[in-house]
Design a protein around this ligand. Structure first.
Ligand SMILES: Nc1ncnc2c1ncn2[C@@H]1O[C@H](COP(=O)(O)OP(=O)(O)OP(=O)(O)O)[C@@H](O)[C@H]1O
Ligand SMILES: [Mg+2]
Length: 435
């Protein structure tokens, strides 16, 4: 027995030293070392199990992920803000779903004594196993003060990522699909975007065309900010028709001028079309209007990006009926959703196995979601800034575009024959110039 304990502790000490890379400081000969000194209390059980090969193998076999001669390999382990993360190589013959199904992740969490285990694939045969002891996104985050300069329309700050970095969202040369159940925080994502691009709206480099089919309730508060604001089916369709016309005209002009890349300017701003709830539109639009909606959004999504017509569509229900052409959105944000099938509708089949768990987001954390982008297979967990009604008012006050000065009235009685170039208006008035 004593031998076993000695052998075990040697394995643990060696393993832990290898495993917890964060152990630092100089160790003097004879000095007693607690090999788990650098390990937070809520990860100690996990550290003990994972650094003891025999215990680790017992766990793999009990949860059904390994058997004699066929053990998964823990390649590395690191402490992260939310707990710890392991790189694991699967055993030949295993399927991804063997690891990602909820029974297995739950069994691992219970065995390792951590609240949650999340598994996602990094490359074929290799996994990222996260032992989450702390949710870095549990607390809401308020938006920083109003920014006045330096808007990067390809990297707009709209919230925080779970690794503590700023969540940056591409608005220019992109379209964004934003899906989430009622109360999941779609409004806060949209207002965070508006807040982030505020100075560009004020400067006239971005024109926001807002469609609020829920009757203008949610975005009426900001009506001064929108260059176009529509909430009826007819109004929205007219707005989309206009956007398609403008897009085609821009494309033709740029093509004939040989322009390779378009940049927004005050002369030719980015047109940002925001549709808050497309399902509300389909619920009262007739068949013909729905067909037109499908056609116009399809055209804008397939041809608008390069010429500065971007679409952001927010939906409660991400089904094909509500938002056709979902695959044409290069950026997809899934907030809390009711069903795993809805997560798949937003992020694609297999998204759950790659870590997008929109259907597991609790309703206590509105604004939390998973972001997927074309060109990357990984998902990033984020939380949008929380924007209060008072902040909305401040954003609207600060960033509403300056209304164009009214054109001077035309003098219909002007007669070129009596025109005196030396006459200065107001010169003869008693009050002079300032009159
Ligand atoms: N990022 C956030 N952080 C903290 N709380 C938030 C956040 N976003 C939203 N909330 C809270 O959740 C509530 C619902 O949010 P919001 O209105 O944005 O949801 P929604 O998805 O637009 O809902 P609906 O589909 O009903 O329009 C808000 O009143 C707010 O109190
Ligand atoms: Mg809303």
């Amino acid at each position: 027995m004593i031998t076993t304990i000695v052998a075990l502790s040697t394995v643990i000490a060696t393993g832990v030293l290898l495993w917890w890379r964060h152990l630092d400081g100089v160790i003097y000969p004879g000095q007693e070392v607690d090999p788990l000194a650098g390990v937070p209390a809520d990860l100690r059980t996990a550290a003990l199990i994972l650094t003891d090969l025999r215990h680790q193998r017992l766990m793999w076999s009990v949860v059904g992920l390994g058997s004699d001669g066929n053990w998964p390999s823990v390649l590395s382990a690191d402490l992260i803000e939310s707990g710890a993360v392991l790189d694991v190589q699967m055993v030949g013959g295993q399927k991804l779903s063997d690891w990602t199904n909820t029974e297995t992740t739950d069994a691992l969490a219970q065995y390792l004594g951590v609240p949650k285990v999340l598994v996602s694939q990094t490359s074929p045969g290799f996994l990222r196993v996260e032992l989450r002891t702390f949710d870095t996104l549990a607390a809401s985050v308020t938006a920083p003060g109003l920014a006045w300069t330096g808007v990067d329309l390809e990297a707009v700050a709209v919230g925080v990522r779970e690794d503590g970095r700023t969540w940056l969202l591409r608005v220019l040369y992109a379209h964004i699909l934003l899906a989430g159940a009622t109360g999941s925080g779609k409004g806060s994502v949209l207002w965070s975007i508006i807040n982030g691009i505020g100075p560009a709206i004020k400067a006239g480099v971005v024109d926001v065309w807002m469609a609020d089919p829920k009757g203008g309730m949610e975005f009426g508060r900001g009506s001064r900010m929108w260059v176009r604001f529509e909430w009826t089916a007819d109004g929205i369709l007219a707005m989309l028709t206009e956007a398609v016309r403008l897009m085609d005209e821009r494309s033709d002009r740029l093509r004939s001028a040989g322009v390779r890349k378009w940049y927004p300017s005050t002369d030719e701003p980015l047109i940002l079309i925001v549709i808050d709830e497309a399902a509300a539109l389909s619920s009262y639009a007739n068949r013909e209007q729905q067909e037109q909606f499908r056609q116009f959004t399809g055209l804008l999504l397939s041809k608008g990006r390069a010429v500065g017509v971007s679409v952001i569509a927010a939906l409660q229900d991400p089904s094909k009926e509500t938002m056709p052409n979902r695959q044409l959105f290069p950026v997809r944000v899934g907030l809390r959703l009711d069903e795993p099938t809805q997560t798949a509708m937003v992020h694609g089949q297999g998204a759950k196995d790659r870590g997008a768990l929109c259907h597991e987001i609790p309703d206590t954390t509105p604004g939390v979601g998973y972001v997927g982008e074309d060109g990357t297979t990984e998902f990033v967990r984020v939380r949008a800034f929380w924007i209060s009604d008072e902040q909305v008012d401040a954003i609207v006050d600060a960033f509403s575009p300056v209304p164009m000065a009214p054109a001077p009235p035309v003098d219909d009685d002007f007669d070129p024959a009596t025109f005196d170039p030396d006459h200065i208006p107001g010169e003869d008035d008693e009050q002079g110039w300032a009159a």
